[in-house]
Design a binder for this molecule. Sequence first.
Ligand code: DX5
Ligand code: ZN
Length: 229
Amino acid sequence: MQAKQRVDRIAPSILAADMSALGDELARIEAGGADWVHVDVMDGRFVPNISLGIPVVASLRGRTRMPLDVHLMIVEPERYVEAFVAAGADILTVQAEASRHLYRTLASIRDAGARAGVSLNPATPLLCIEHVLELVDLVLVMTVEPGFGGQAFIPAMLPKIEALAGMLEDHKAVDIQVDGGINTESIGLAARAGANVFVAGTSVFGVGNPIEGLRQLREALARVRSGPP
Ligand code: DX5
Ligand code: ZN
């Protein structure tokens, strides 16, 4: 049965965490009420940056029960689906632009036992995922060009989020995620547009205290949810 309503979730991105103390950072966001842990995997080819990979996902899995939301910004992600799921990814998201046979790749994520996500770069139209809606559990609208934390939210993505919410009218179980430049202002804009999963790196780990960062984001979200539609 499909869920009637999407549930709000905040997913801190560990890209902005202290990589030498990931266990402690996990404990902090867990204490702060994080819903998911967002793990950005970059290969230096799909994006001009290199971050972390399979062994780190496995280590994180050993340290937390929070769902691991793994975002693959890599070329040919189909080659690594099984390895990331075996390492402990609960949600595995691939970039639509990076996989030549997207339908097959998404099916393979579910076959491997994870929830399947598809992500769209700012320039990629929603049309590219029309044929895979039955196969996805999450659609990620990138609100910056992928590759780096700390960039500014692109407001032109708001109508895209709205259009996606319309497109998913009959797919209410599919989460709508936003990633990039999410702070106490943009979280409200994205929520109003229809997003329900909010990735946040700098605004959680870059403010001195992740617990306080999370509290502020939740408060900003609550203001929008309790206000006029
Ligand atoms: C960008 C990554 C993001 C990034 C977000 O390529 O996919 O998840 O960590 O970082 P902030 O919240 O700092 O924009
Ligand atoms: Zn990400």
